[in-house]
Design a protein around this ligand. Structure first.
Ligand code: ZN
Ligand code: ZN
Length: 355
């Protein structure tokens, strides 16, 4: 048999199953790994996603989408292909798609990270013959500090600002990153205020059984309280009139890209916290190895570097040309691929500039 999964103009296509995985053009049957905008698009006739993703997808794509939920580990058979979803550790509901047909097993990772966080089920290594992996941070320079160290840095920055009577404004992607940060904040420092784009997703997380500290809106917070507050806002709020009303404030951005000096400069924020919901270089390699796959297909991020590396360690590696991006960069709407660190190898360029 040929490849079980190929890339078509609509997206990744499971040939015997006759369905797509995270397609970027409208199709009849879509299996969605997670609810970030570049993976979960509008307009498919039928959606299949993890149970935890269903409400998030409905809140982002409309309550009327035709969607079925599947519990992690449960199997359904579609056109002879056994399909199951397994935690990817990326955001609430994120799943890897396992497909088994006539004894052959392929797994499509979607986005993933291997470090467990308190807001979603941890990444599960799934044995397979072929692993389709993301590679957003697939360069050896990308190594994350343990998240507790990042939380400690964020809390120390917040405490210093609060003691000096300054609001702390932290920009983070509204779905996933914001809730992960919330889970690590020290609520003894002051109130946590969330932007109107973040608060609805906090609600979805809480409804999904994820414990988050109390949050409120600016309108529910007094002027004096704001001086001790940490404000969580999407990157698009940076420099807007919404943010300027805080008067004297310090701002920061939380993203894996903050490892690069150039990215910090372009953001024009006071601080950068290196926190990513994608695997770093050692994480990608350990995840790939744990699958036992002999064939690896790289979909997005630093594709050429990762493919070359995998071939050197003896794996059969190649790339699929996809239209996935990175949520942290998409969130701003301002980073053009040639100057931001958007997808398709742009990170290589950024690295060259910032080395
Ligand atoms: Zn994602
Ligand atoms: Zn992605």
């Amino acid at each position: 048999m040929g490849d079980m999964v190929v890339v078509r103009k609509e997206g990744l296509y499971c040939v015997p199953g006759d369905f797509y995985i995270d397609p970027w053009r409208p199709v009849d049957r879509a299996v969605i790994t997670h609810a970030h905008g570049d993976h979960a698009r509008w307009g498919h006739k039928h959606y299949l996603a993890s149970n935890q993703s269903v409400n998030i997808l409905k809140s982002r794509l409309g309550a009327d989408i035709n969607i079925d939920g599947l519990a992690y580990g449960d199997r359904i058979v579609h056109n002879g292909v056994a399909v199951s979803l397994h935690p990817a550790g990326h955001v609430l509901g994120s799943a890897q798609v396992r497909m088994e047909y006539e004894g052959e097993i392929w797994v499509a990772s979607g986005d993933y990270k291997v470090e467990p966080d308190a807001t979603c089920a941890p990444f599960e290594a799934v044995r397979c013959h072929t692993f389709i992996t993301e590679s957003t941070f697939g360069l050896p320079i990308y190594r994350w500090d343990p998240q507790q160290e990042v939380y400690d840095d964020i809390n120390a920055w917040w405490r210093r600002n609060a003691d000096e009577g300054r609001t702390s404004v932290l920009y983070a992607y509204a779905f996933g990153k914001a809730q992960r940060i919330l889970s690590g904040l020290d609520t003894s420092i002051g109130p946590i205020v969330c932007h109107g784009a973040v608060e609805p997703l906090n609600r979805v997380y809480r409804e999904g059984g994820v414990e988050l500290p109390p949050t409120r809106l600016v309108s529910e917070t007094g002027k004096d309280e704001m001086k001790r507050a940490l404000v969580l806002a999407p990157p698009s709020a940076a420099g807007s009139t919404w943010t300027r009303r805080f008067g004297d404030y310090s701002d920061a951005f939380a993203s894996g890209w903050m490892l690069l000096r150039g990215a910090r400069r372009r953001r024009g924020v006071d601080r950068g916290f290196v926190l990513s919901d994608h695997a770093d270089w050692p994480g990608l390699l350990s995840a790939i190895e744990a699958t036992g796959a002999h064939q690896v297909v790289v979909t997005h991020g630093s594709i050429p570097v990762m493919v070359r590396w995998l071939c050197q360690i003896g794996l059969d590696a190649k790339a699929f040309d996809t239209e996935y991006g990175d949520e942290d960069d998409e969130a701003t709407g301002s980073a053009a691929p040639e100057e931001g660190e958007s997808h398709k190898g742009a990170a290589d360029k950024a690295e060259a500039k910032d080395a």
